[in-house]
Design a protein around this ligand. Structure first.
Ligand SMILES: NC(=O)C1=CN([C@@H]2O[C@H](COP(=O)(O)OP(=O)(O)OC[C@H]3O[C@@H](n4cnc5c(N)ncnc54)[C@H](OP(=O)(O)O)[C@@H]3O)[C@@H](O)[C@H]2O)[C@@H](O)CC1
Ligand SMILES: [K+]
Length: 484
């Protein structure tokens, strides 16, 4: 499991740890890890040109000490001091002793243009808002000149706690972060600025509380959640998932939701709705009923909404059932908020940003800008587990106050029509197989993202290709232990 903690928690843990270790030890651990990561990226350190962007806080101190280490190994290191009167004194002395030099921002252009590597130590977890004008101008110069960029702890200018980006921010190829991931490194749009992320252990782990702000499942975590049929299993014990989806206008949504559900671990898929013939023609193993959800026979979980058109009656009927329900697509619009809040069995809502915006009464852009807050707010308003789809899918448990799961297996190729219908069937099937809503949503998103990658291989794919690749994703999760 990869976990992320917010700044207040990191600060508290840091104070506890600092009381037990010699002064300056944490910064030395951070700088050693940072310098090692830079050396890896450079391949050869001797003779390389490195520029440090140094702000007024300890983030700049980390950059200066790492620069000193690189300078001792033969790199030419130039520090651009953004706040010359407030530069970390120990770090600056170390750099100068190691042979590094300093320049003012106004004289930095030549050094930046010649640099092989730029270290962004402008601001870390002490930052507020986007970059200030002088730092923003340097960031623009770096982006234009195009050297490799390593962000120290966080790309400067992004919000560590929320993943929001207000104004301009550094774009890094690699972020070397200390002690723990911060939420902003895992949630878009900030995540996109971070590049790949390397965590340096500075001994903070023992001081962090058990429950993080965010967690991201890894292969081993998902493998432990996936249902496995035992010798005693029959289709009912493995769970039956009901799919109430599709309409005369959108029969394909029913086919795709069933395609996902058949690969999600339930023992059987029961389809209810007007697209029964189309579904059967494609998947003869489906149990098809032309009566409503109430008369359809036993199910352990329902999926309702994909391609539902205006069929509010079916949505209401499903929401009245005392089993877990996944509500997606049209179902989100048609569901009565009071009926969702009043349910005693779990509800999993799976909006994309546009649907979430409509439910919250804000614009799509507002949701995209503050995804974590939007997922939590919806989970609180509906007292339902909310899976907010996107490049980093978030799953907030009912109420919105607990840990939020973030999934990063997705690929841009998944942004294709019908892909969400496959996910709803898959996650609904996991619900029917007995997973709770948080686990079904996050394991479903993980498998779906991986299936998208396998299906796409860097080329466009249709949603049915994604569904067909789910077994490959499932096997990969089971067989390959990628714990990190
Ligand atoms: N946690 C740990 O265990 C460890 C943490 N370590 C390191 O310490 C870092 C935190 O250091 P920190 O507390 O000194 O804050 P930091 O991020 O350097 O910035 C603060 C200064 O920046 C300024 N400033 C603010 N906003 C700004 C903006 N938008 N644009 C420009 N400037 C802005 C603001 O200045 P002012 O408002 O006073 O002008 C403020 O004084 C952390 O990220 C990690 O790298 C490691 O060494 C080891 C262990
Ligand atoms: K930084």
């Amino acid at each position: 499991m990869r976990t992320a903690y917010c700044v207040e928690t990191v600060r508290r843990a840091e104070r506890e740890l600092m009381a037990r270790v010699p002064e300056g030890a944490l910064m030395q651990r951070a700088a050693a890890g940072l310098a090692a990561a830079c050396a890896d990226l450079l391949g050869r350190v001797y003779g390389r040109r490195v520029v440090l962007l140094v702000g007024s806080g300890d983030n700049g101190g980390d950059a200066l000490y790492a620069g000193a280490r690189l300078s001792r190994r033969g790199a030419g290191v130039t520090a651009v001091l953004l706040a010359p009167d407030h530069t970390h004194a120990g770090g600056l002395t170390a750099l100068l002793r190691a042979g590094g030099r300093t320049v003012a921002p106004a004289g930095a252009e030549g050094a930046v243009r010649r640099a092989d590597l730029v270290l962004d130590g402008i601001v870390g977890i002490g930052g507020r808002g986007g970059l200030r004008p002088e730092a923003a101008a340097l960031a623009a110069l770096v982006a234009e000149a195009g050297p490799a960029v390593v962000a120290v702890d966080l790309p400067s200018g992004v919000d560590a706690d929320t993943g929001e980006v207000h104004g301009s921010a550094i774009r890094a190829d690699l972020t070397v972060t200390f002690g723990t991931h911060k939420p902003g490194l895992l949630v878009d749009p900030a995540r996109e600025h971070a590049g790949s992320v390397r965590l340096v252990d500075i001994g903070l782990g023992a001081e962090l509380p058990a429950e993080p702000e965010l967690e991201a499942l890894q292969h081993a975590d998902v493998a432990a959640l996936l249902p496995t049929p035992g010798g005693e299993s029959d289709k009912y014990r493995r769970g039956v998932v009901g799919v109430a989806a599709g309409s005369a206008r959108y029969p394909g949504a029913a086919v795709l939701a069933v395609a996902g559900a058949l690969r999600g671990g339930a023992g059987a898929v029961r389809y209810v709705g007007p697209a029964g013939d189309t579904v059967l023609a494609r998947f003869p193993e489906t149990l098809v009923s032309d009566r409503g959800p109430k008369q359809a026979g036993r199910v352990q979980a329902w999926v309702v909404g994909p391609g539902a058109g205006e069929d509010a009656g079916t949505v209401a009927e499903v929401l009245a059932a005392d089993v877990p329900v996944l509500v997606d697509a049209d179902g989100l619009r048609l569901a009565d908020a009071g009926a969702v809040r009043g349910r005693t069995a779990p509800t999993l809502m799976t909006p994309h940003a546009g649907e979430a915006a409509a439910l919250l009464g804000v614009t799509r852009e507002e949701v995209e800008r503050a995804r974590l807050a939007a997922a939590r707010e919806l989970a609180a308003r509906y007292r339902a587990t909310v899976l907010l789809k996107g490049s980093t899918t978030l799953v907030a448990d009912a109420g919105g106050a607990g840990v939020v799961r973030v999934n990063a297996t997705g690929t841009a190729w998944l942004a294709t029509a019908g892909s969400g219908d496959v996910l709803s069937g898959l996650a609904g099937s996991l619900l029917a197989a007995g997973l709770n809503a948080l686990d079904a949503g996050s394991a479903g998103a993980y498998l779906h993202g991986l299936a998208g990658r396998f299906a796409a291989h860097g080329a466009p794919v249709g949603a049915h290709d994604v569904a067909a690749a789910i077994p490959e994703a499932w096997r990969d999760v089971r067989d390959r232990d990628l714990r990190d």
